[in-house]
Design a protein around this ligand. Structure first.
Ligand code: AHM
Ligand code: MG
Length: 334
């Protein structure tokens, strides 16, 4: 029997009623992210032409200022969510403060906040390496009908109702969860439609890939150094393979499919590591757990951390369950 190819649009409609607290609002929100993803994808794809068409900071042919791609992605996601009047607040890696959204007709009646890293790994754009968007969705905790507050954004990751990423890679994919498993959809660029390509994605329990910026080895805590040496040791199924793109979304995506661990530890140069808890680690941790993987700061489950600041950083170990448990053992016993 020929398998019917389900589109993301169809999938969203079919699964609308299975969301907890479903009112169609979350579906509309995912739809808006899907639309913004296509626009950003279009911009990312022509990034290599920037030198020919005019570099960032210059004035383009229409007299508009050329924007850096990460600023552009930020504006596209914010405008799309704002125009569709489906969220009450947005926080972004590109904005110092959160944005409160008051739609005209319904006066703060929307219940979701979105936290987003519009273009993660953007230093990779210049060299034609994959970048990604990461998003995280919560129900607000302050009363509907009032402007959002900081506490609506500073919720522990376990409260997320949806999270996902878009990888602008050799193919463009959107991978997301609403708390009921992880599904991946691949864009057919010829017609601008995402198709369900990776249903029910699962991290293998064990993996053979470790992903870390080993150039920082000397600055890592002893436990992390010990774990890296363990990965390199000739024993049982080791040495493992080292793979590091330097683009969290792509490193995570590969590890989820093949089995592996991504690590961004703290170091003597960066006390809390580099990655941001709210719009990088929490969404990835939610996806990881939904796919049978695990995410930790070395001591605690990422999703249980109580955030204190919008842009706070956290050490991050994420991937195949047994590998994350192993690095925790090394860190805690060092
Ligand atoms: P960014 O948000 O400034 O793009 O930084 C996040 C990125 C991740 O995608 C990637 O895994 C990491 O930074 C790479 O950092 P490093 O170059 O220090 O290894
Ligand atoms: Mg980032």
């Amino acid at each position: 029997m020929t398998k019917r190819h389900q589109t993301l649009g169809e999938y969203i409609i079919e699964n609308q009623n299975s969301f907890k607290y479903s009112s169609g609002e979350l579906s509309k929100l995912i739809n808006a992210l899907r639309l913004a993803a296509k626009v950003v994808n279009h911009e990312v794809n022509k990034a290599g032409l920037v030198d020919i068409l005019g570099a960032a900071g210059e004035v383009n042919i229409q007299g508009e200022n050329q924007q850096k791609l990460d600023v552009m992605a930020n504006n596209i996601f914010i405008q799309t969510l704002r125009n569709r009047e489906i969220v009450c607040g947005i926080a972004s890696e590109e904005e110092d403060d959160y944005i409160s959204i008051n739609s005209h007709d319904d006066n703060h009646q929307n219940k979701y906040v979105v936290l987003i890293d519009p273009l993660d790994g953007s230093s990779n754009i210049d060299v034609n390496v994959s970048v990604g968007t990461i998003f995280s969705v919560y129900r607000r905790i302050t009363p509907i009908g009032t402007p959002v507050q900081m506490e609506d954004f500073l919720q522990p990751g376990r409260n997320q109702v949806a999270a996902g990423y878009i990888v602008y890679g050799t193919s463009t994919m959107i991978v997301y969860t609403t708390g009921d498993g992880v599904n991946g959809f691949t864009l057919n660029p010829a017609i601008g439609t995402f198709y369900l390509s990776n249903p029910n994605m699962q991290f293998p329990e064990n993996g053979k890939i470790y992903s870390v910026n080993e150039g920082n080895y000397i600055h890592f805590p002893q436990g992390v150094k010990d774990y890296i040496k363990y990965c390199q040791k000739e024993e049982e199924d080791r040495p493992y393979t080292s793979r590091y793109i330097g683009s969290l979304v792509s490193d995570f995506h590969r590890n989820m499919i093949k089995g592996g661990i991504y690590m961004y530890p703290k170091s003597s140069k960066a006390e809390e590591g580099k990655l941001r808890l709210l719009y990088e680690c929490n969404p990835m941790a939610f996806l990881a757990e939904q796919a049978g993987g695990k995410a930790s700061n070395g001591y605690q489950r990422i999703l249980d951390l109580q955030p204190t600041e919008l842009h706070q950083r956290v050490p991050f170990f994420c991937g195949s369950k047994n590998m994350v448990t192993k690095v925790e053992e090394f860190i805690q016993n060092a």
